[in-house]
Ligand binder design. Structure first.
Ligand code: BT5
Length: 261
């Protein structure tokens, strides 16, 4: 059973800022935003067994029932050295989740910008929200939702993209959630120290789903942008190539494979 005691014990070897655990909460991002606004230390964690109002991007819902997955938010107070690289934060988070999956012998991919896939199905998502102080980011809240057990996978009518869980992908006994959380936070601390390096962007780029394939990216406008997925810019933007091999750079959007005609 995951609880405050088991989490404190597992995370005690890591240098986290603080921990808040809830059996049930609306959204861990909301609590972390409130905590950040009232002085949460760097690398504070809000985690819940269940979310009743879990959020995705653009008002979408994140399904996180009791006893099924990991739903947590990290508060980040960026150092001066990290500030120029904050657009890479989603990559930092995605790489950290991906590494925890590699450790279990799986082969994760990152569907740009914020989904982690196993067997081409979504196993985790990331939601980053900023607290501003004038024109500067005061702190960031990085929400991560990871489907651990089969019961975390939403019913198909809930989804635009197929979903899976770690348990489904492993097909064998799944480690405790605390252990997976430990691995994610350890990787996060490791990569965060390398936030300004090419190594981070390369590591992230190597894991991109659909590389070299024809994709469509919905950016909120009517027509999707279509092209071949080439890689990343150094700020974490996505680079596609059009039919004349001219680069198209995309900052926001949702990538999917282009259905073959
Ligand atoms: C995301 O949004 O993928 C970000 C999810 C972030 C969740 C974490 S949990 C801790 C923290 N607290 C919160 O309230 N949120 C964060 P987006 O790319 O917009 O994807 C949302 C879409 O994913 C939904 O519209 C569904 O189609 C699908 N979805 C919802 N729950 C899912 C699940 N458990 N597994 C796979 N897909 C899901």
């Amino acid at each position: 059973m995951m609880n405050e005691h088991s989490l404190k014990k597992t995370l005690s070897q890591l240098n986290i800022g603080g921990l808040r655990y809830f059996d049930s909460i609306g959204s861990t991002n909301d609590d972390a935003l409130a905590w950040a606004a009232t002085g949460a230390h760097d690398l504070s964690i809000v985690i819940a067994d269940e979310q009743t109002q879990g959020r995705g991007r653009l008002g979408r819902k994140w399904f996180s029932p009791k006893g099924s997955g990991l739903a947590f938010s990290l508060v980040l107070r960026p150092s001066a050295g990290q500030r120029p690289h904050l657009s890479r934060t989603v990559g930092l988070a995605a790489l950290s989740i991906a590494e925890s999956f590699f450790r279990l012998g799986l082969a994760p991919c990152i569907k740009w910008p914020n989904d982690i896939l196993l067997n081409r199905k979504k196993a985790a998502g990331i939601l980053i929200e900023n607290i501003w102080s004038g024109d500067d980011v005061d702190s960031l809240v990085i929400g991560m939702g990871i489907n651990i057990y089969t019961n975390s996978v939403p019913p198909p009518e809930f989804l635009q993209f197929p979903a899976t869980s770690l348990e489904d992908a492993l097909g064998r006994e799944t480690p405790a959630r605390e252990e997976i959380l430990f691995n994610i936070i350890s990787a996060f601390i490791h990569w965060r120290e390398r936030m300004g390096t090419d190594e981070l962007v390369k590591g992230w780029e190597q894991l991109l789903a659909f590389r070299g394939e024809q994709v469509q990216v919905h950016t909120g406008g009517d027509a999707p942008i279509i092209g071949r997925l080439l890689g990343l810019e150094s700020d974490g933007s996505l680079r596609l190539g059009d039919s004349h091999d001219k680069s198209i750079i995309i900052r926001f959007g949702d990538v999917s494979l282009r259905p073959s005609a």
